[in-house]
Ligand binder design. Structure first.
Ligand SMILES: *Cc1c(COP(=O)(O)O)cnc(C)c1O
Length: 391
């Protein structure tokens, strides 16, 4: 019987011991003096992580809550918002708009491909009544990295806000909010941040705050202006998620200790390792060109059921992978490599995947695919990520 499960999914992700121990302590009161230094550290840490001078506000909800908070606080009902739909999470923007009365202009993008910034420009040129662009920095359902830096250059000179779901990008791959001039950036706790699910984080640019002041939030619980006033006093509007915030303080400390540059180098190397491993097995990746650094989506050949592979990897090797999403559920296996994971985890993930894949009827020709994956890791650790994806 295996006693160790390796969580190699695109969220939730494994927790460092420091975070777990911090969260094991007894409760403190969120309105008393003891809590203030926790929030003070968390505020500074989140600004470092988002690479912004703006406040980053924690919300007690999963990542989707921050997506809804962004839409309902930055746009009024009736406003037209361009929603980039290249996967399951892209589709969620349109669903949120529909629910709250904003008008989504859905822009379908082939799953596995990144959105073309020039196509976004053309849509905005053709319809000046569009006031927002909502997109994922990393579309977790397909493993695609969207070019948010280029999109920001297009929205910059217009009365259009760029809202970026960075749930599988922040703390995983470069997404510097201020340098790239993103209007709104948000993330969740259970992907790159090495925390349990239950917290989301959101920050707004000056342009977004100016717009926010003109919008009546359509929801009592999510009021970004109110949260902004509270966090200046190291508080949150409603009862703070004390347990998670205490863990977050530790995770932020670990991020600073390791440094974002080292982190991005590691994430890049793990990505190269996973991609080379799958390619050496003769398999095709769902995102061939522009790919995220937190997971690798591997296409299953005809006749191999991805869900069966995921099941076998878990049952026989204790490695928890994720199947595809939406219409690609059984056609894809997603190997997560975000958060508190290292090359040993990815090696275990690739090995378990290979065995499970073969047990599910797949064919692997290459006997040294794990060796090749390790070589790719070593080389990428030396070279570091490509400069054009970092700055
Ligand atoms: C995980 C994820 C979400 C959903 O977050 P929840 O925490 O499940 O609400 C949204 N967008 C992206 C890109 C994600 O990876």
């Amino acid at each position: 019987m295996l006693n160790k499960m390796r969580l190699l999914t695109p969220g939730p992700t494994p927790l460092p011991e420091e975070v777990r121990l911090a969260m094991a302590r007894d409760m403190i009161h969120h309105r008393k003096a003891e809590f203030l230094p926790v929030m003070q550290d968390v505020r500074a840490g989140l600004k470092y992580l988002f690479q912004t001078s703006q406040e980053v506000m924690p919300l007690s909800c999963s990542g989707t809550g921050a997506m809804a908070a962004a839409v309902t606080n930055l746009f009024s009902p009736g406003e037209k918002i361009l929603c980039v739909e290249g996967g399951k999470f892209g589709e969620r923007w349109g669903e949120i708009c529909d629910m709250h009365g904003q008008i989504p202009v859905r822009m379908p993008v082939e799953w596995g491909q990144a959105v073309d910034p020039q196509a976004v420009r053309a849509i905005l040129d053709a319809d000046p009544s569009i006031t927002g662009v909502c997109v994922q920095a990393s579309e977790t359902s397909t493993g695609v990295l969207h070019p948010v830096k280029e999109l920001a250059k297009i929205t910059k000179g217009r009365d259009v806000l760029l809202v970026v779901d960075g749930i599988s990008a922040v703390g995983i791959s470069p997404c510097p909010m201020d340098a790239w001039e993103l209007d709104c950036l948000l993330t969740g706790s259970q992907k790159g941040l090495m925390l349990p699910p239950g917290l989301a984080f959101i920050a707004c640019s000056d342009k977004a705050w100016a717009k926010c002041a003109t919008v009546k939030p359509a929801n009592f619980y999510f009021q970004l202006q109110g949260e902004r006033e509270k966090i200046a006093k190291n508080q949150t509007m409603f009862t703070s998620s004390v347990g998670l915030l205490v863990g977050l303080r530790e995770s932020m400390r670990l991020f600073r200790e390791f440094g974002l540059e080292n982190l991005f180098r590691k994430q890049w190397a793990l990505t190269m390792m996973a991609r080379e491993g799958a390619a050496a097995m003769g398999l095709t990746l769902l995102a061939p060109d522009s790919f995220t650094w937190g997971l690798t989506a591997i296409k299953m050949p005809l006749g191999v059921d991805g869900s069966a592979v995921v099941k076998a990897a878990s049952n026989d090797y204790g490695v928890v992978l994720a199947a595809g999403q939406g219409h690609m559920k059984d056609q894809v296996v997603r190997l997560g490599h975000m958060g508190h994971v290292d090359f040993g985890d990815v090696l275990a993930g690739l090995a378990a995947f290979r065995e499970a894949f073969v047990a599910s009827g797949g064919y692997v020709s290459c006997p040294d695919c794990l060796e090749r994956a390790m070589n790719a890791y070593g080389q990428a650790m030396k070279s570091g990520p490509p400069a054009h994806l970092c700055a």
